[in-house]
Write a protein of this length. Structure first.
Length: 360
């Protein structure tokens, strides 16, 4: 199962809207087939592993990180394929909470005489499939909020200078995080100020991350790095109902996808924006700020994971804070996250925190 989980993780950021599942087929103590969900969500991991196993699948055991599907979609169900191949036993990490499956895949196998064992490495599988379940059951993607700050929690000097607070090793890790998510998201102000590309670099991999910009009126330059790279990397724009029509038309002509959003307190309603991203298939979103967008996401209870990179420099109170106004008067009102891990990355510190209520 550990190998199946590792295989599934290789597909993070590549298989949306489907989960990235891993499958390993073992016969007589030997691995005869292995696979993960293909890029774009097809083929499913079980089909890849069965094809590799061939006739060796008969009488074998299949280890899968998520319950095999039982419904007819674009392809026949994986449970049926396992039965047809003569698999003797299926070891599953957890049930698929998709209402179209939800135990029916395992039941189909049992009725066909296949031995079924479930719950192996369940916690790890829940962690891996949390984006898929978020989209299904919360109607929004799993959101990771990343902040790179000085020791005193600033993301830039008073004049806006921010390159670079953290060292190259930390920035390289950030690109690895981008590659493990379906999309990278920033606010319109950050897009205007930094003119970022938001791609995955310096890892030796080809990963077409969706770039998401949250900008109420789309008041961003159309000769930016984001605009000029639309043909290579998708650009999705979450905008308000008052975005000028001529701007909407120009961004569409450039090739951007527009996601109209409601307003709340004169700002884009982030709950509605996240619903829009989920409806377009996204399961895992990596948000890189700025402070206003970070505060809005936190205030909307849309942040599932925090990743902080802290450098050993001090900027002072005049610097720009990593998170905008939250309107909190009492500590009891403050959002609370649980520490998951702490790691030294070059000269900097990376710490990962999880929402206390992110599991469904």
């Amino acid at each position: 199962m550990s190998l199946a989980l590792a295989l599934g993780r290789r597909g993070f950021g590549r298989t949306w809207p489907n989960p990235s599942v891993g499958c390993v087929i073992v016969r007589d103590g030997q691995i005869v087939g292995r696979g993960r969900t293909g890029d774009g969500g097809r083929p499913h991991a079980e089909i890849v592993a069965l094809k590799q196993a061939g006739t060796h699948a008969e009488g074998a055991t299949a280890y899968v990180t998520l319950e095999p599907c039982s419904h007819f979609g674009k392809t026949p169900p994986c449970s049926q394929a396992l039965i047809k191949a003569g698999i003797d036993r299926v070891v599953g990490a957890m049930d698929d909470r998709d209402p179209r499956v939800n135990g029916q895949g395992f039941e189909m196998l049992r009725k066909a005489g296949v031995k079924v064992v479930t719950g192996i490495a369940r916690e790890e599988a829940e962690e891996d499939h949390r984006g898929f379940f978020n989209r299904l059951l919360k109607n929004r993607p799993f959101v990771t909020l990343k902040m790179a700050t000085s020791f005193d929690g600033r993301i830039a000097t008073a004049s806006g200078k921010s390159q670079w607070i953290t060292a190259p090793p930390a920035r390289r890790v950030v690109h690895a995080f981008r590659a493990r998510h379906d999309a990278v998201m920033i606010g319109g102000r950050t897009a205007r100020k930094d003119n970022p590309m938001l791609n995955v670099r310096d890892l030796g991999i080809d990963h077409k991350t969706v770039r998401v910009i949250v900008s109420r009126k789309l008041d961003m330059p159309e000769n930016s790095a984001l605009a000029e790279s639309i043909k290579e990397l998708p650009l999705w724009l979450c905008h308000g109902p008052d975005a000028p029509e001529e701007r909407l038309q120009r961004w569409v002509a450039l090739g951007a996808k527009l996601i109209p959003c409601r307003l709340k307190a004169q700002m884009i309603d982030l709950v509605h924006a996240m619903q829009g991203l989920a409806e377009h298939g996204l399961t895992r979103v990596f948000c890189e700020g700025g402070g206003t967008l970070a505060a809005s996401l936190i205030g909307a209870h849309c942040v599932d994971e925090l990743i902080g990179f802290n450098a050993g420099l001090l900027i002072g109170a005049e610097g720009q804070p990593s998170i905008g106004t939250l309107g909190i008067e009492n500590l009891s009102e403050a959002p609370n996250f649980k520490l998951k891990s702490v790691q030294k990355i070059g000269p900097d510190i990376m710490h990962v925190w999880q929402s206390q209520t992110h599991f469904i």
